[in-house]
Design a protein around this ligand. Structure first.
Ligand SMILES: [Fe+2]
Ligand SMILES: [Fe+2]
Length: 337
């Protein structure tokens, strides 16, 4: 999965590297601006302003953390999937999310920040991840709702990132988006089976939609008027479509899917505006959004604790891999000598 409002406030995650200092650097700055204006990719070895680099590190690492923390709510259901087929699909999906985290950490590392620094910022609570993963997954239908809605919202957010001005991020997103599309379909398929099942199964699907709808609508982040980083990230070609426009695209695409499922979106004010050619939605409870962003959602502490525990338990694996790599290197050097 996911991303959210990747323009949430957060302390600096990276040591700045490079930046304009004299006439030569002003020239470099002009070359950078020209590259952005011509819609050409910026690559790791190119000069870039410190603020651009810091913004990318914040956004890409926040995105990577979201992929990895996003494995936790679904991991809860691997042992309780209703069939072998569903279990295999869910496992594959969760593994994909781990892979997304790895591509993204690697993309962020090209900007001069180490994996340890990024993981350290997550574990200390300094770095953000998508708030959606601070909600609990209470029933099997939540696996459907998460895939259908959370991964569906992620796709809306991530497709424009395939055209992001920073090359390594844009290229990582192309592969990620292909996998997200499978995630969205598997979620919808779970919802469809439940919606066509017994009345109790359909009620379970409706209950999951009721609980996930508003948090998912909030995933696109604060409205454009409130969004603190949006204008600059759009100017730099990192962000291509505004939070509100992405939210609108998601709602317009999802309402007919809910109709097909025979489920009701829990928004009494949701209505089609024929003149605008879009759905209008009810008021979003931003107090809840900021509450969860600021660490007070239903599962914030549990998620972070689980992540730190997993990292600590994996220490021996990292040490063994490093020892193996050192041995291989020594062996290669002996052969070469
Ligand atoms: Fe996903
Ligand atoms: Fe993902």
């Amino acid at each position: 999965m996911y991303t959210q409002s990747m323009d949430l406030p957060q302390g600096p995650a990276a040591e700045p590297r490079g930046g304009p200092r004299d006439a030569t650097d002003l020239e470099a700055d002009a070359r950078f601006e020209a590259r952005i204006a011509a819609d050409r990719k910026v690559e790791a070895q190119d000069w870039m302003p410190d603020a651009y680099r810091r913004t990318l590190v914040r956004q890409i690492s926040q995105h990577a953390h979201s992929e990895v923390v996003g494995m936790l709510p679904e991991g809860n259901w691997v042992t309780r999937a209703p069939s072998l087929k569903r279990k295999a699909i869910l496992l594959a999906k969760i593994q994909d999310e781990g892979g997304h985290g790895l591509y993204l950490y690697s993309a962020a590392e090209t900007l001069g920040t180490s994996r340890d620094q990024m993981v350290g910022a997550l574990h200390s609570g300094k770095a953000k991840y998508s708030s959606i993963f601070n909600y609990p997954t209470l029933t099997w239908a939540d696996m459907g709702a998460v895939g259908w809605l959370v991964d569906g919202a992620a796709i809306m957010n991530q497709i424009p990132l395939c055209r992001c001005s920073y090359g390594p991020y844009a290229r990582a997103m192309i592969r990620i988006c292909k996998e997200e599309s499978f995630h969205q379909r598997q979620g919808f398929d779970i919802m469809l089976s439940l919606a066509r099942g017994t009345p109790a199964q359909k009620a379970m699907a409706q209950d999951a939609l009721n609980r996930w709808w508003w948090p998912v609508v909030m995933m696109f982040g604060p409205s454009d008027a409130e969004s603190i980083h949006s204008a600059q990230t759009m100017k730099w070609g990192i962000k291509r479509i505004s939070n509100d426009d992405l939210r609108q695209k998601f709602i317009d695409a999802t309402v007919p899917q809910a109709e097909l499922l025979g489920l009701t979106i829990p928004d009494p004010d949701l209505k089609w505006n024929a003149e605008r050619g879009h759905y209008e939605h009810g008021t979003i409870d931003w107090t809840e959004f900021w509450n969860v962003v600021n660490g007070n959602g239903p599962c914030n502490r549990e998620r972070l604790a689980a992540r730190v525990r997993a990292h600590e338990k994996g220490t021996w694996v990292r040490e063994a891999a490093m020892a193996h790599a050192a041995k291989e290197r020594a062996r290669a050097e002996r052969v070469a000598a």
